[in-house]
Write a protein that binds this ligand. Sequence first.
Ligand SMILES: NC(=O)c1ccc[n+]([C@@H]2O[C@H](COP(=O)([O-])OP(=O)(O)OC[C@H]3O[C@@H](n4cnc5c(N)ncnc54)[C@H](O)[C@@H]3O)[C@@H](O)[C@H]2O)c1
Ligand SMILES: O=P(O)(O)OC[C@@H](O)[C@@H](O)[C@H](O)[C@H](O)CO
Length: 492
Amino acid sequence: MLRPIPARQPGGAPTTALRLGLDTLGTLPPDIARPSYDVRSLQPGVVHLGVGGFHRAHQAVYLDRLAGLGHRGWGVRGIGLRSNSHRDALAAQDHLYTVVELGTGAPRARVVGVLTDYLPAGGTAETDAAVAALADPRTQLVTVTVTAPAYAVATSAPGTAPTAFELVAQALRIRHRAGLAPFTVLSCDNLPDNGPAARRCVVEAAAALDPALARWVERTGAFPSSMADRITPPTSSEHRRLLRQELGVHDRAPVVTEPFSQWIVEDAFVGEAPPLADAGVDVVSDVRPYVAAKMRLLNAGHVALGFLGASTPNATTDAAMADPATGSLVERMLAEEVSPLLHPVPGLHLPTYLGEVLDRLRNPAIADPLSRLRRRGSVRMRNYVLPSLERAVLAGAPHLLLTEVVASWVDHLRRAAVTLEEGRATSEELAEELADPALARLLGPASRAAHDVRPFLAVADGFERLAGCPGFVQALQQSVTDREVGARAAAS
Ligand SMILES: NC(=O)c1ccc[n+]([C@@H]2O[C@H](COP(=O)([O-])OP(=O)(O)OC[C@H]3O[C@@H](n4cnc5c(N)ncnc54)[C@H](O)[C@@H]3O)[C@@H](O)[C@H]2O)c1
Ligand SMILES: O=P(O)(O)OC[C@@H](O)[C@@H](O)[C@H](O)[C@H](O)CO
């Protein structure tokens, strides 16, 4: 457990912050929880692909707990892919970092020691080192957080860096040739059926190397599905200041997160598996009901806050939830339109779960930037909102509020197109801000959607069936047009 840290009085004496490192671990302020085990004794049983904030606030914390329970074989070697986020900072502090939980009480901090190494992304030598770490016979588990769009591109274009799945396939080729068993590949990315998606990508990457390898992977590989949940916003300089001045730790790569954490993993491992259940992971035979509840409630709530909040002064989730218009629309959408369509989830009382989700979205200490929740809009809309919307439309169930959310997304894209036309942003800046793989094809139709939304629906992924439902198209058209008319009136 993390220990609560008494809030320092405003104006209290400034703390001399201790630089985080193995040499200072024993002298950190007593309120900061730290590894109870010898960090240097860890064996690297896990390789993680895509060392972002979420991995460090979630999976690494469970594995850190395991190490604390005496399971020393599950140290994590991280591999950077697109970016080497915080790699130098982490290396300079012996790969230790602080996880700060921000809830209703005082912040709680814990130093995590389970990251043993962080291999960079880059050129041929880096790729070879990454593949060697994966192929290492000690590696039993490969965890993955590379974002949902990465699963649409299993193999890289010539002359570009290998994808995560190509690295895995190259390592599996080495293991196959050496007569070793494969490792388990555990996707923790937010996408439905993330296990089968990871399997498909690795098999495709393996087939490009050798069809026999692909057959071996298909036959012997293990790709459990999982549902990993813990809201982890980007760490800001204010968070670092809080840690330094209020908690007395000088950490160049901390992560902040909420107190809530859940990890539900399909029981489908190959070789040796970490005893994840001992660390609080639910290991189940079928994760799909849990994934559906989480994505259609929490993640859809995030999508709704992000896009409905885009045309308001609110910049964070807590502010948007407190806004009577946005917050109540999101609450009603989840309670009245989404929840009734969910199937029962084993061990979960849906109204209680929804109440928790809403409380998490309201958490003022997290204050998740809405800009984060507008990234990859087309992917999030398809995975989190469309499953409920399509079911509701086809069943004749209420869906007005879900439709409003789609309209707010179209409107946000229209506004983005205007900033481009008026030279207030470059296409590179928009691509960076929205990180949407479909952006180029959506901007034009979105900018004309107030006149006719159908061309937009024709190019937006996943809307094929809804585009053929006249009642839905008419309601969406009305809402999109109203939004543009309202925006023009407000501007004049
Ligand atoms: N942040 C959260 O609250 C949270 C919670 C649950 C699940 N997740 C999932 O975890 C994943 C990572 O989230 P994060 O918050 O750590 O984001 P992040 O931006 O901090 O990290 C994303 C990581 O993925 C890598 N990456 C991005 N695109 C890639 C690609 N095409 N190929 C390979 N690597 C790629 C980046 O380099 C980075 O290391 C996402 O899929 C997200 O859905 C996040
Ligand atoms: O990460 P994405 O793009 O799938 O969705 C954004 C957020 O909804 C997501 O990161 C949540 O914070 C997370 O799923 C909470 O566990």
